[in-house]
Design a protein around this ligand. Structure first.
Ligand code: HEC
Ligand code: HEC
Length: 310
């Protein structure tokens, strides 16, 4: 008993040290005010409603493939095996329940650095580790666009991690480092442009298998992790250039059609309503980048329908 309580005291002590240390060094939001130009809004819309797939998480119904138009970006709660219920915040401009009361700098900080308005480190289920690579112009364009979507009053319970994931996260999450001066990707180098788009599109969130909570980068995009839902269980495809088990034998056209037409199974098929808005040039670049990554042989399991599926 004594041992246990001293261990508890020690962990609390370590926790306090860590949190006070991280609070002291968290990135500060910039006080820049973003001007809403037509060009910026168009670019922001293209990214948020396209490759960024923000509604894929933030719009209710998306996780069943039926996003509710009238609740666009208004937040949702979903159940993830092993993590519990994840509450995804309302990111419409509603002041009470959304991000209407946040400054531009605070939204940019949340998106690229993973620190919310209150100064708390966010859980990387929100793909902010990927969004660090968003260029200054692009992140501003997205924030500008978010300011213009219809405000929806929808109170989502505060994001909370279940025990013991919360303790692990508090103890081990790295303190976000400030991000600034990220240039735009070059337009004339498809592989570099494609890398940028695949990164901010967070494809690896699903396509790179995890070891524990972390993506196993030695198996980048090799697929195999399960996705469960009413559709049964599907497994993320191997999208490395391997000819037998990856996308090596598919043409650019075939891959782009899969992305745009939703002919794969859920949850991939749900994303086609976003990817169909992405230009040919950008999708070709994404494919060019995928062809440039190391090929990994990995036969992904066949999908399993639920035995009681009617
Ligand atoms: C894979 C799911 C997922 C995707 C995709 C996603 N988000 Fe999030 N987002 C979350 C979750 C979960 C949180 C809450 C995290 C936390 O508080 O720890 C969040 C939080 C936020 C916040 C902070 C809001 C608040 O009240 O705390 C902003 C702003 C945001 N997301 C914007 C975006 C934008 C813009 C995009 C698209 C470029 C996007 N998100 C894509 C899951 C996602
Ligand atoms: C929410 C998780 C998720 C995200 C995000 C995601 N995918 Fe997928 N993807 C899957 C799953 C699951 C499958 C397998 C579907 C099936 O069994 O038909 C798949 C299948 C594919 C396929 C079909 C491969 C084949 O050989 O048929 C391609 C290509 C693909 N994804 C590319 C991408 C790209 C590029 C991105 C990012 C722009 C991306 N995916 C983002 C989950 C995801």
């Amino acid at each position: 008993m004594e041992k246990e309580s001293s261990l508890l005291t020690k962990s609390i002590f370590v926790f306090i040290i860590l949190t006070s240390f991280s609070c002291a060094t968290l990135p500060k939001p910039s006080d820049e005010k973003i001007t809403l130009t037509a060009q910026r809004l168009a670019r922001g819309k293209y990214l948020v409603e396209g490759i960024g797939v923000c509604g894929g998480c933030h719009t209710p119904g998306s996780h069943e493939g039926k996003p509710l138009k009238e609740k666009h970006l208004a937040g949702d709660s979903i159940f993830i095996e092993g993590l519990g219920t994840i509450n995804i915040p309302n990111i419409t401009p509603d002041v009470q329940t959304g991000i209407g009361g946040w400054t531009d700098g605070e939204i940019i900080r949340a998106m690229r650095e993973g620190v919310n308005k209150k100064g708390e480190i966010m859980f990387p289920f929100m793909p902010y580790p990927n969004y660090r690579d968003m260029s200054d112009d692009d992140v501003k364009a997205m924030v500008a666009y978010l300011r213009t979507v219809p405000p929806v009053s929808n109170k989502v319970p505060k994001f909370k991690l279940p025990f013991p994931v919360n303790i692990m996260f508090w103890l081990f999450s790295p303190t976000p480092k400030p991000v600034k001066d990220v240039p735009n990707p070059p337009k004339d180098d498809p592989v570099v442009l494609g890398k940028y788009l695949v990164t901010i599109g967070a494809c690896s969130d699903c396509h790179t298998p995890r070891k524990g909570m972390k993506q196993d980068m030695s198996r980048f995009m090799a697929g195999g992790d399960p996705h469960k839902g009413y559709w049964g269980t599907t497994y993320a495809s191997n999208i490395t250039p391997d000819k037998d088990t990856g996308i090596g034998n598919k043409t650019d056209e075939e891959i782009i059609t899969i992305l745009r037409k939703g002919i794969s199974r859920p949850p991939m098929s749900f994303l086609s309503s976003y990817y169909k808005r992405v230009t040919d040039n950008d999708l070709k670049a994404a494919v060019a980048y995928l062809r440039s990554i190391p090929a990994i042989k990995n036969n992904v399991p066949e999908p399993k329908p639920y035995p009681d599926k009617k």
